[in-house]
Write a protein that binds this ligand. Structure first.
Ligand code: 6CS
Ligand code: FE
Length: 302
């Protein structure tokens, strides 16, 4: 049984209890200097995300998409824990830790267009906490249920504060029809304590379909009433930057057109992982970097 630790502002997963409370951390930690304009920065602060259309060229997207397919073709879900298949088939859903296994994604992780924004918002040097490709092929791609990444990263990985963000690089066009990311603007300023005790080795289930660390229907309804829901549609090469605590999810893809994206999670070097707050053993490294490589946080010109 998880004891709610009164000294932890972000305790969660106590059986039978849920609550919407307030964020205790700033959203933007820096002084504002960096690649985002003042308007983009303020938009991120207020809404918890910002979309940068066509930040990557079509040539770059072509190379990244080829690298993504290469990673998938090398991936063996039966042997490699960092390759996740859909709950109901052997179709590949995610390949994790790609910035360590594929040169194209290592370069991407150090690209100043992404790392520069992360430094600007997080107000410090940064490192890659998690990387992954999410494949959502036409017809077969399944949904991601509503969640805040931070709730899981805090409880299961030991991320202390809300000082991380994701960059999702769209590798195919995202339309209303192929299961784009959906976000609840403003929800990053709230914190939903989720119900239910985390099962052992929860990640083996949650990466296919998450059932713990997700908001109940009443909580989700309230958040959507407060902030509405937006979809992050855009051409391939666009980047969605989103706060670690924004409530988000995506629908399945019954359209014939694939929706593939690569996600890089940047964490502040001042927010390195501690012992997981949920009291279970930490998740494996492919999900949560405990020993950041200084190279991936090397100083780069903005
Ligand atoms: O468990 C995790 O760390 C993650 N799962 C989801 C559904 N989103 C973020 C992250 O990859
Ligand atoms: Fe997520």
């Amino acid at each position: 049984m998880v004891e709610a630790n009164a000294s932890d502002p972000y305790w969660s997963r106590k059986p039978g209890t849920w609550e919407i409370t307030d964020r205790q951390d700033p959203v933007c930690w820096g002084d504002g200097a960096g690649p985002l304009s003042k308007a983009q920065w303020e938009f991120f602060e207020r809404n918890g995300y910002v979309i940068w259309p066509s930040l990557f060229s079509s040539g770059e997207v072509r190379d990244l998409l080829a690298a993504a397919h290469e990673s998938a073709s090398r991936a063996d879900p039966k042997r490699n824990e960092d390759v996740i298949t859909e709950p109901d088939s052997q179709v590949i859903r995610s390949v994790f830790r790609v910035h360590r296994t594929n040169a194209a994604f290592s370069r991407l992780a150090a690209d100043a267009r992404l790392a520069g924004v992360a430094r600007q918002i997080l107000g410090s040097e940064v490192y890659i906490h998690q990387s992954r490709i999410n494949f959502k092929p036409g017809f077969d791609g399944r949904e991601f249920y509503w969640h805040s990444d931070f709730e899981t990263w805090h409880i299961e990985d030991g991320m202390p504060r809300m000082r991380a963000l994701s960059a999702s690089i769209l590798l195919t066009e995202n339309t209303a029809f192929n299961g784009p990311l959906m976000l609840v603007p403003g929800s990053h300023k709230r914190y939903v304590r989720c119900m239910g005790e985390t099962p052992d080795e929860h990640y083996k289930q949650s990466l296919k379909a998450q059932a713990y660390g997700v908001p109940g229907r009443e909580a989700m309804t309230r958040l959507a009433e407060e902030g509405g829901i937006v979809q992050a549609a855009g051409p391939a090469g666009s980047v969605v930057f989103f706060d670690c605590n924004i409530m988000h999810g995506s629908n399945g893809n019954i359209s014939p057109l694939p929706r593939h994206s690569v996600f890089l999670v940047f964490n502040s070097v001042e927010n390195r992982l501690a012992i997981p707050y949920g009291g279970k053993p930490p998740r494996p490294d492919f999900l949560a970097e405990r020993d950041p490589d200084p190279v991936s946080s090397a100083r780069l010109p903005l």
